[in-house]
Design a protein around this ligand. Structure first.
Ligand SMILES: Nc1nc2c(ncn2[C@@H]2O[C@H](COP(=O)(O)OP(=O)(O)OP(=O)(O)O)[C@@H](O)[C@H]2O)c(=O)[nH]1
Ligand SMILES: [Mg+2]
Length: 315
């Protein structure tokens, strides 16, 4: 597992760029989009920085991260003796890219055969849809996938995943409603091993994170997966709903207290002007965003590229 965070991110394809641009449209039309005009119309004063901080907070960047961003940009402007607003805007853009983190990781599509991905998150965050999207994406990348219906809490959850498996054209392992999710995960991994499926994507229940049982169950699923696939990476992907803004950060924090999370899928970026939450995700959670959800269709999904994201915000 040492190699998991070593590789450099890939350059996004034109199609992926388009997805990112579409996804940030609402955010760009909101407060974050007004940053450019702030730097275009004025000479830089103390007031400019205050207004910048306000716009960042309005875009749900979060007060802590907004303050950090402003302080760093201001410091750069003073240190480099920057005078023109255009250069100051470049400084803030640079700090935005910087704050999104410099963690190199191996995206799921490049993970070794046998990899198990536990998809976790609160209910309604978009876990099941993201599994369908990730399966579609991996399928396009030539990786074979098997789905595990680990959310046995609701009968409808199993059916929902079955429908997606059929639509995407990938196999699924499911048990009866209320069956032990650990048994589903075990069977799914064994099925993947015998059928030669390369990556297992596990759907999990999203009952409220305040319930102690859910966290216990997720820890157990990880142990089961490690046991069934002792030589393979078992990673946890946390699904976070961008439309819930700073609340999403609070929810994610409570997950992180009990579950070891490797990466984040930030969903519904297309449905919110509060895309600024992207900045607090990394700055406050210290977990990299691996993918973003950009709509409800199975292909509305893209690997997250921070440079691309910041550029799209200022277009
Ligand atoms: N616009 C938009 N909608 C999304 C996105 N991802 C998920 N959704 C919608 O969000 C709703 C909830 O998605 P699910 O995938 O069922 O969420 P879940 O986390 O599996 O929910 P539970 O199984 O109840 O825990 C659905 O209506 C999805 O279509 C996205 O990226 N953009
Ligand atoms: Mg679900």
């Amino acid at each position: 597992m040492r190699d998991l965070f070593r590789r450099a991110p890939k350059t996004p394809t034109p199609e992926q760029k388009e997805h990112i641009e579409e996804a940030v449209q609402k955010t760009r039309e909101g407060a974050l989009g007004r940053i450019s005009s702030l730097f275009r119309e004025q000479v830089i004063t103390g007031e400019t920085w205050d207004q910048l901080e306000e716009l960042l907070i309005q875009a749900d960047v979060g007060p802590v991260t907004a303050m950090t961003l402003v302080e760093r940009a201001r410091e750069e402007v003073e240190r480099e003796e920057i005078r023109t607003p255009v250069e100051a805007e470049t400084a803030i853009r640079r700090q935005m890219v910087h704050i999104l983190g410099e963690v190199d990781f191996v995206p799921v599509e490049d993970m070794p055969d046998g990899t198990v991905v536990l998809v976790v998150g609160v209910n309604g965050s978009g876990k099941t849809t993201s599994i369908a999207k990730l399966a579609t994406y991996l399928h396009h990348q030539g990786r074979s996938v098997l789905l595990a219906a680990g959310d046995t809490f609701r009968a409808a959850a199993i059916d929902q995943l079955r429908v997606w498996a059929e639509r995407v054209g990938v196999p699924i392992v499911a048990h009866q409603p209320e069956a032990d999710p650990g048994a589903v995960v075990f069977d799914a991994i064994k099925a993947a091993q015998s059928r030669g499926a390369q990556i297992v994507l596990v759907d999990t229940a999203g009952r409220l994170h305040t319930k102690f049982n859910l966290m216990e169950e997720l820890q157990k699923l990880k142990r089961v997966a490690n046991k069934a696939a002792p030589d393979a990476p078992v990673v946890s992907l946390l699904v976070v709903d961008a439309t819930t803004g700073q609340n999403a950060i609070l929810q994610a924090k409570s997950f992180l207290q009990s579950v070891n999370v490797d990466g984040i899928v930030l969903t519904k970026l297309d449905g919110t002007a509060k895309g600024g939450v992207v900045f607090s995700v990394f700055n406050e959670l210290k977990v990299p965003i691996w993918y973003i959800g950009t709509g409800e269709k199975p292909d509305a999904f893209a690997p997250f590229d921070h440079l691309q994201f910041v550029n799209a915000l200022f277009e």
